[in-house]
Design a binder for this molecule. Structure first.
Ligand code: NAD
Ligand code: MN
Length: 367
């Protein structure tokens, strides 16, 4: 029968250690999904240093012409400027028009929260949260993936007072509208049905103002016909959103943000659930989806077989669900949750002593 062609781009550092775990989890599903066919593809900084290109044209054309979906590991992008180098993940999101980066952040003990059907709009607690209590987190960051400061139009000039650098920040109505639609669609499918628009339009009234207004207007777009009437809308300035995220994360359900704020918020939210090594994402467009753990290439732990593979495994589950294989996705996610809850076989970032491969095997057994 039909097969599922999955482009695999491990790229750099621990990306190469966690992507095999995602592959093993997909394979463990057996015949409940179309037979997976993995296509290994080159990308990354290491590839750049060897060949002079970080994202070969062939990788893009194979993804576009042959693959149903893809998994990306992580890339090492140096903080200093390297002539000719540009991050392949940022380029891929643009080239494949993967305009939404969807990042669910959930504490496992709380997983049942999504099943209980509290449809009441979120009420703001009257009393400040107890800072010592372990917060419950069940939210999704929906990050715009193609513009904002990530258009990477930077320049520097010399002035009489020294160097002066500028960057262009692009916000378009089109991109804001489609990320807004993604946020409302996502919220509608969740029990709490709540969207918080993240912005800084008190300072950036034109750019963030456009983002905020455009997302706010999604429920009244022609053709929407009251579909989002049940979805409550709130908004929050990005700095206070980070503050409240740490004090009372349970006020958030779906957070929708321009590219850079979304990047920062999702790393912050990852801290609340214990580790970046737990947080998955998908990069989604209208016709393609690529799973990708939220973390980077983690050079501080690369090569030691101690990277947490669970974010990558969960990213595979998100990718499968997006393609319509919800049962397979559920099986993978339940297995991951069980391993975390049991707490016996975990990598050091979660206080454990186990290797990447041991954690992966533990998940596979439960799938
Ligand atoms: P990072 O996410 O790589 O690491 C941050 C911290 O979290 C490190 O201490 C790391 O050891 C830990 N960590 C991350 N993933 C982990 C995992 N799976 N298991 C256990 N611990 C984990 O971020 P960084 O250190 O700021 O960046 C390192 C490199 O990664 C940089 O070159 C950066 O450009 C790149 N990066 C790439 C992506 C991507 O590929 N999408 C995202 C972020 C950073
Ligand atoms: Mn990030």
């Amino acid at each position: 029968g039909r097969s599922l062609k999955i482009g695999m781009l491990p790229a750099d550092g621990i990306g190469r250690e966690v992507l095999p775990a995602a592959r093993a989890a997909i394979l463990a599903l057996g015949s409940s999904i179309p037979k997976p066919e993995f296509i290994d593809l080159a990308a990354g900084f290491e590839h750049f240093t060897r060949t002079g290109t970080a994202l070969p044209d062939e990788t893009v054309s194979v993804l576009q012409q042959e693959c149903d979906c893809a998994m990306f590991g992580a890339v090492s992008s140096p903080s200093r400027k390297v002539t000719g180098y540009s991050s392949p993940i940022v380029a891929l999101r643009k080239k494949m028009d993967l305009y939404a980066n969807i990042r669910p952040v959930t504490s496992v003990s709380l997983h049942q929260l999504s099943d209980c059907n509290s449809t009441a709009p979120i009420s703001m607690p009257q009393v400040a949260a107890d800072p010592t209590a372990k917060p419950d987190v069940d939210l999704v960051v929906i990050r715009e993936n193609t513009e904002c400061l990530y258009v990477k139009q930077e320049n520097q000039v010399n002035t009489e007072h020294g160097k002066e650098a500028r960057a262009t920040r692009l916000i378009t109505e089109r991109a804001s509208r489609r990320i807004g639609e993604m946020a409302f669609k996502t919220a509608l499918a969740r029990p709490r049905k709540h969207v918080t628009i993240i912005h800084k339009s008190n300072v950036l009234s034109i750019t963030d103002g456009l983002f905020r207004e455009t997302v706010r207007a999604v429920p009244s777009l022609p053709g929407v016909n009251g579909k989002y009437d049940e979805v409550a809308i709130a908004e929050q300035l990005v700095d206070s959103a980070v503050y409240r995220l740490f004090r009372e994360p349970n006020i958030y359900d779906v957070m929708v943000a321009p590219n850079l704020y979304g990047d920062i918020l999702s790393d912050a939210a990852a801290a609340l659930v214990g580790s970046l090594g737990l947080v998955p994402s998908i990069n989604a467009g209208d016709s393609f989806v690529m799973g990708e753990p939220v973390h980077g290439s983690a050079p501080d732990i690369a090569g030691q077989d101690i990277a947490n593979p669970l974010a990558a495994i969960r990213s595979a589950a998100l990718m499968l669900r997006h393609l319509g294989y919800g049962d397979g996705a559920n099986r993978i996610e339940k297995a991951v949750d069980a391993v975390i809850r049991e707490g016996k076989v975990l990598t050091p970032d979660l206080g454990g002593k186990s290797k990447t491969s041991e954690v992966t095997n533990e998940v596979i057994k439960r799938i």
